[in-house]
Design a protein. Structure first.
Length: 151
């Protein structure tokens, strides 16, 4: 079956290479609130503390981390395997549905049991949860398939 919606397999390698540095940037900025070496730049903001549609000066390292993480996880998730066939496509679809279900359950539980700053941190981390769970579930199932074929 032709899977036109997937990226070429080389994009997966690029995504894995990008993942570690951008995750390090994201976690560093997230964990170290006293960090003063941020990259300050003038950016266009649709909504900010100063009003609507204004140019503001802000640190962009956190945004770079988020964009890099989403980009790398997307490259990993949406790249076809070298040996992509109907069965791998079925595994991909099942993994996507299962990760979506898990993500919805985690979102509901977080909404019920987290409040204040903890909830804000949860919503921030929840942006990546669907992609991370998909990558984990798909790669685990794919590894099991390949191990069973090798035996």
């Amino acid at each position: 079956m032709k899977t036109n919606y997937l990226l070429p397999p080389c994009c997966k390698i690029i995504g894995w290479c990008m993942l570690l540095p951008f995750m390090a940037i994201f976690l560093f900025v997230l964990s170290d609130s006293s960090y003063d070496g941020d990259i300050v730049m003038k950016v266009f903001a649709v909504v900010s503390d100063d009003g609507w549609f204004k140019f503001i000066e802000t640190g962009i390292l956190f945004e770079i981390g988020i964009i890099g993480l989403v980009s790398s996880l997307s490259l990993i998730s949406f790249s076809r395997e070298k040996d992509e066939d109907e069965y791998i496509e079925k595994i991909r679809l099942q993994s996507l549905v299962q990760s979506l279900m898990i993500s919805c359950i985690v979102l509901i539980l977080g909404t019920l049991f987290l409040y204040g700053i903890s909830f804000l941190l949860f919503t921030l981390l929840n942006m990546f949860f669907l992609l991370i769970t998909f990558v984990l579930i798909f790669n685990i199932r794919l590894a099991k398939l390949r191990n069973s074929c090798d035996e």
